[in-house]
Ligand binder design. Sequence first.
Ligand code: HEC
Length: 220
Amino acid sequence: MPPGRWGMVTDKALARGLLAALPMIMVIRLLSLTAAVLVLEACEPRVQQQPPLQPSASLQELMQNIIDPSADGVWNSVETVVTQSGESTHQPRIPEEWMQVRCAAITLAESANLLVIEHRRVGVKPFPAEARGALDSGQIQTLIDNQRAAFDGFAVALREAARTALSAIDARDPVRLVSAGAAIDQICEGCHLKFWYPNQVIPSLPSAPPRAVMLGPKQP
Ligand code: HEC
C-alpha cells in the first residue's frame, strides 16, 4: 500500500474508531473520576475551606457607598413638584435617562446579595450609637449574628423589590416605579428599625397647644 493511501485509510479508520469509542472513553473517564472523588472523600479528613466570598467593605460602607446612592437613583427618578403655577412631574423620558435609573435599580438588586455575605464587619472601626435609641456597632453586630435569618430576609426582600423596580423600568412605567420605590423604602426602614435603632423614641405630639407664657414683672 502506498504511504499516502495508507495514511488516508488510517485516518478514516481512526476517526471512525474514535467516534465509536468516544462514549466508552467518556464513561470510563466519568467512572474513574467518580472513583477518585469517592476515594478522596473516604480517605481525606474534611478540610475547612476558606469561604469563596470575602467581603471587603464594612456594612456601613455598603450602606453609604452602594445601597444609599443607588436607592436615591431610583427614588429621585420620578418626582412630582408642586408650585404655585401648578404641578409638574419629572420622570425619565429619553433612553439615556431610563438607562441611568436602570443602572441604579440593578446596583440595588445586586447589593442586596452583598448583604447576605457573612462575616462582614459592621464598621471599619467600632462606632458609638448615633442617637438615642440607636445601637452602637458592637450591639448591631451581636444582633445580626443572633438573628441572621431575619437580616437575610430583609436583604432578600430588598432584592425582590429592586427587581420589581427593574421590571417597571423595562416597561417604561413610572407609576409602578414609584410604588416599587415605596416598597423599597419600607424594607430599608424595616431592617433599620430591627437592627439599627430598635429602641428609638418617637416624641409624642403634644395633646394641647402649649399655654401662652405671660411675660412681665413678677407679681409680689
Ligand atoms: C438587611 C438590613 C438592612 C437593609 C435592607 C438596609 N439597611 Fe441600611 N443599615 C443597616 C444597618 C444595620 C445599619 C446601621 C449600621 C451602619 O451604620 O451601617 C444601616 C445604616 C444605614 C445608613 C447609615 C450609614 C452611616 O452613615 O452610618 C444608611 C444611609 C442606610 N443604612 C441606607 C439604607 C437604604 C437607603 C436602604 C434601602 C434601600 C437600606 N439602608 C437598607 C441595615 C440595613
